[in-house]
Design a protein around this ligand. Structure first.
Ligand code: SF4
Ligand code: SF4
Length: 465
């Protein structure tokens, strides 16, 4: 007698093509023929399946579901792999807050005009060099590490950027490692000399540009209240010309702009950006909390762009929509998450005073301070603070079908919503699940056509970054 089977957590999604089954724990996807779908619907009603009593006509389908680990032995014990802990993972990415100061006054800035709530401050070049060495010396066996120049506006402190980059290159050379540089900038201070430096050092630039002038200028004025669009666009040609690495636009939109994502995307592609990633604003105050209709508009816009991505892929083109590329990359590799992000787990930030934080977004939150360059990273402190923030989240997420992809969401966003705005846990979950739903449908459509195979290598590279 064969042992009884039961259903593992899964989700069946309809789409324009065949239905898809998403196995939640493995984050794996399978297309179903109409006949297999019918058989599944029939048997899903039973909590237990006795293989000895399955009629011949249904056996093949149920066998397939068993191979896919959607049907599992009823006696199977669910075990979650151990979660990585701060201090156990070598450093792979260090974000340097080279300038806690900024020349813009963006309406949604979570960093309080770049200062993170303190007096404006620049990282001194010697501390920048020390940080670069710290990253390399604490990267364990990893051959490749990333150094990220961030702010405020990092171009306000080129001496620290240059010092860190040259130290990283020479130290990496000595210990046979490679460093990849990236920089997030508002773009207003770019000049020919800085652009030469960025190109010479293959720095991946993320340019904060929110779309057409009427949207960008409302979001990103300078100190006098004038829009910054014209300043950025006038420098864009030089930055894009002969860039050895892609230049990405990093868009942030306020909720009342979420119905404009398609317009924003098209505008930035027309300007020549190599990739466009669109982020809904962090609700740094209650006025930035979206209504359900605004969330719906954002999902609709993302859905439209995902649909256009499929159409382009069928013609052999890759539409440079970073959000869908990232999600498809993870689906393609079946990458599941044990932790919501790398904060404190190989990813750390150093502020302009040389103090460590588990994430650049948490810099300025005194309770998340976790050591400094002289004393090293205080992993116990990270464990304590992130542990307190996440307490009970495992339980609330364990029933969610998006858990293998989300694993609890962004620590900073959770901190904002729950600790500062006093909102209940889970206020962003509907959007997270809606976006994953779109990603899965998109992946399934591309797989049906074989288009996903054509872009497989590109997706895999992204997911590994
Ligand atoms: S450019 Fe960045 S740091 Fe400066 S005000 Fe805008 S969001 Fe804040
Ligand atoms: S969507 Fe919400 S409930 Fe689901 S895993 Fe993410 S944070 Fe947890």
């Amino acid at each position: 007698m064969e042992q009884l089977l039961t259903w593992a957590d899964h989700r069946v999604l309809g789409g324009s093509g065949d239905p898809i089954i998403f196995a939640v724990d493995d984050a794996s996807l399978f297309s179903l023929t109409p006949q297999a779908h019918e058989t599944l619907c029939k048997w899903r009603k039973s909590r237990l399946v006795d293989p000895d009593k399955v009629p011949l006509a249904d056996q093949e389908v149920l066998e397939g579901l068993r191979d896919a680990r959607v049907l599992v032995p009823a006696t199977r014990k669910k075990h979650s792999p151990p979660q990585p802990q701060p201090g156990q993972v070598p450093l792979s990415t260090l974000v340097l807050e080279v300038a806690q100061d900024c020349n813009l006054r963006c309406t949604y800035c979570y960093a309080g005009a770049g200062t993170y709530g303190a007096a404006p401050c620049l990282l001194d070049p010697e501390t920048a060099r020390q940080a670069a060495r710290y990253l390399l010396d604490n990267s364990g066996d990893q051959k490749h590490v990333s150094l990220v120049f961030f702010g405020g506006e990092p171009l306000l402190n080129m001496p620290a950027v240059e010092a860190a980059a040259s130290e990283a290159i020479s130290h990496a050379d000595k210990i046979d490692k490679k460093v990849h540089f990236s920089l997030t900038t508002n773009g207003t201070l770019l000049d020919a000399e800085i652009i030469d430096f960025l190109h010479d050092n293959q720095v991946s630039v993320a340019l904060s540009l929110d779309g057409p002038r009427h949207i960008h200028d409302r979001n990103r004025p300078d100190k006098k209240g004038d829009g910054s669009y014209a300043q950025i666009v006038s420098r864009l040609g030089l930055l894009l010309q002969d860039s050895p690495v892609p230049v990405a636009a990093r868009v942030t939109l306020e909720p009342d702009q979420w119905d404009s994502v398609v317009e924003v995307f098209d505008h930035l592609v027309r300007l020549g950006l190599h990739e466009v990633g669109i982020a809904p604003v962090s609700p740094v105050n209650k006025a930035l909390l979206p209504t359900p209709a605004q969330e719906e508009a954002l999902l609709q816009g993302f859905g439209l762009l995902a649909g256009r991505f499929v159409t382009a892929a069928r013609k052999g083109q890759v539409m440079p929509f970073a959000n869908i590329l990232d999600l498809l990359g993870r689906l393609h590799l079946g990458q599941t998450k044990q932790a919501s992000c790398g904060a404190g787990l190989g990813y750390m930030a150093v502020d302009a005073k040389g103090q460590f934080f588990p994430c650049h977004r948490l810099a300025g939150e005194a309770n998340f301070k976790a050591g400094n360059l002289a004393t090293g990273i205080n992993s116990d402190k990270i464990k304590l603070e992130l542990g307190a923030l996440n307490r009970g989240r495992d339980r609330s997420c364990s029933k969610c079908w998006a858990r293998a992809f989300c694993a609890g969401g962004c620590h900073y966003e959770n901190y904002l919503r729950e600790n500062q705005l006093g909102l209940p846990r889970g206020t962003s979950c509907k959007f997270i699940r809606g976006w994953l739903d779109i990603g899965i449908q998109t992946y399934a459509e591309l797989r049906t056509d074989g288009a996903i195979e054509a872009m497989g290598q590109r997706l895999a590279q992204r997911a590994q970054c």
